[in-house]
Design a protein around this ligand. Structure first.
Ligand SMILES: CC(C)(COP(=O)(O)OP(=O)(O)OC[C@H]1O[C@@H](n2cnc3c(N)ncnc32)[C@H](O)[C@@H]1OP(=O)(O)O)[C@@H](O)C(=O)NCCC(=O)NCCS
Length: 161
């Protein structure tokens, strides 16, 4: 098992991983389009294969997690990638780490809350709008729940001095 920051040499493999898990190389958050493989990221490799990936970007609003995926669920990969991202946000002087997810992803909403995140907004209909730009976004998600809205979750943090 190895953990590393995404390097330029990883970008094509990261793009393919994103495409496999998000049906396209593009992801959307609050109506904006992002290409996660071009952004910063933390990679977990097992036997040379990508077992987990967290991509993020940093701006004045803090560290935004763009994608989080674990291929080997239930082994702590997702949680430990999140803890690394929180550490990185502190090192980079961010006061906030945040993300958006969709209204159907109830399990992950619980997962983020256990890490201390709060639900700070629900952007009604934003996923329906995003689907016009990215038609690969499914109409129906986990457990048959129709996908319409975006849930914004954030964690306020103390940056390192
Ligand atoms: C969310 C995700 C990254 C978690 O990764 P993971 O490697 O399973 O994470 P962990 O092993 O640290 O487990 C996280 C929690 O999920 C639980 N869990 C793991 N696999 C599970 C499963 N198949 N069913 C139910 N719960 C499960 C664990 O018990 C753990 O709960 P805890 O916080 O009470 O300990 C992973 O499930 C995933 O890739 N999901 C699909 C993509 C996604 O929705 N990403 C988030 C987009 S915003």
């Amino acid at each position: 098992m190895t953990r590393s920051q995404v390097q330029d040499a990883d970008r094509e493999a990261v793009a393919q991983f994103i495409e496999r898990h998000w049906r396209s190389r593009v992801v959307m958050s609050r109506g904006r389009v992002f290409h996660p493989h071009e952004e910063e990221g933390i990679l977990e490799r097992r036997d040379d294969e990508i077992a987990g990936l967290l991509t993020y970007r940093i701006d004045d609003e803090g560290l935004e997690i763009l994608t989080l995926n674990s291929v080997l669920e239930g082994q702590g990969i997702g949680s430990s990638l999140m803890l690394d991202a929180i550490e990185e946000a502190r090192r980079r002087k961010c006061h906030r780490i945040w993300l958006t997810t969709t209204n159907d992803n109830l399990r992950v909403i619980g997962f983020y809350q256990r890490l201390g995140f709060r639900m700070v907004a629900i952007n009604l209909g934003v996923v329906d709008e995003a689907r016009k730009v990215k038609p690969q976004i499914p109409e129906v998600g986990y457990r048959g729940i129709p996908i319409h809205d975006e849930v914004v979750m954030d964690l306020q943090i103390q940056p390192y001095l």
